[in-house]
Write a protein that binds this ligand. Sequence first.
Ligand SMILES: Cc1cc2nc3c(=O)[nH]c(=O)nc-3n(C[C@H](O)[C@H](O)[C@H](O)COP(=O)(O)OP(=O)(O)OC[C@H]3O[C@@H](n4cnc5c(N)ncnc54)[C@H](O)[C@@H]3O)c2cc1C
Length: 421
Amino acid sequence: MTQPHRVHVVGAGLAGLAAALVLAEAGVGVVLHEAAPQAGGRCRSYLDATLGCRIDNGNHLLIAANRAAMRYVDQIGARHTLTGPGVAAYPFLDRKTGERWVLRPNAGKIPWWIFAASRRVKGAGPFAYFSARHVRAAGDDAVVRGALDPTTTIFRRLWQPLAVAALNTETEAASARLFGQVLRESLGAGGQACIPLVPREGLSETLVDPALAKLRSTGVEIRLSSRLRGIGFEGQRVASLDFEGTSEPIGPSEAVVLAVPAPVAPRLVPELIAPDEFRAIVNAHYRIALRGDAPWFVGVIGGTAEWVFRKPEVLSVTVSAADRLVDTPAETMAPLLWADVAAAFALPTEPMPAWQIVKEKRATFAATPAQLLRRPGTATRWDNLVLAGDWTATGLPATIEGAIRSGFTAADRLLGRNQTG
Ligand SMILES: Cc1cc2nc3c(=O)[nH]c(=O)nc-3n(C[C@H](O)[C@H](O)[C@H](O)COP(=O)(O)OP(=O)(O)OC[C@H]3O[C@@H](n4cnc5c(N)ncnc54)[C@H](O)[C@@H]3O)c2cc1C
């Protein structure tokens, strides 16, 4: 279609926000519809009444190589709200042996760091890293645990924690190919690319609130608590959007970006194939403020916790691919995870601070080879309807970077541009 004069973006998660930004900057009129009373979707902060402070719905780590996310934070003027150690340094603790090490890839692309014992995984020699070539060469059906030798130290202490965190899928089922892509865009791109970035305050303060402010300043109409119930199709076009109590006619020079999550989109778009298997993420938050010289985060091997993040007012734990934990009562889980947190940050185990457990049962789609085949592209068979979301075929797992890239791609398609994400 020719460039639309107005676009309705449905869903104000990062995919929808990114699409709206690009369209509004190109001078297109944008209406942003969001079902929830707030924007941000699966990436946002809120006041937790139990802890009496703001927390993020989950720990989200960005790295400098996330080019779409970096472009997005620049567009919304929020780069200065990202902080971190400033170098690629990833501290780990093995709960079984008590050993600690800091993974420190050198800045450039030639990985001489693997020959420096002080920079690599404890107990894994330099040549262990070459096993990464097996995931890069893996076939479409291969899973991480099949492509890599799970009995090795490098698997247990590096490949497995990275794969589970990035793909939110257990290594027995996670696509080796997709993990290969993650490695290409992170460790394979050199230490400069791996510099970790975390929000100074919270996810909303970095990724959502500045985006909304920017959108409002460019004239975008933002309609919160506005849930799309159905889409009216006529021939090759979307002709109406049906919200509770109202129907919005879609004129000949209008288009729609559908940026809702994977479980919602097939209910709105006939015959749409989308991922239909999901994995949980469990987060635990402990109300304790540590000094600024404590590590930004610690990777935990062989515990229940996997990554522990230091935030201004809490220590926050992430457990990915956590379906095994979702039925465990929070009262059981809190001390279990706290033991790992206390060990990771060398804190006394008693008393356990005030805590909160947040279980996201369908945090992301399962990154299995079969589910990847269900990811649709941006275009649909309707001329004025495009898709966005972390579950579309971004080539990445369900991540901030994937979601933002999908939003950029959807907007570019409507603008008739080559992909710029
Ligand atoms: C606990 C957790 C931890 C995570 N950790 C990381 C991490 O460390 N690093 C990383 O990169 N990624 C991480 N992710 C993934 C990341 O948060 C997501 O990939 C990303 O936020 C998805 O954005 P999205 O816009 O595609 O979807 P969503 O955020 O789901 O946005 C979709 C929006 O559509 C709205 N909506 C739904 N139905 C309708 C409707 N009918 N009408 C109107 N609006 C509707 C929803 O309310 C929502 O706001 C994590 C996710 C979770 C849950």
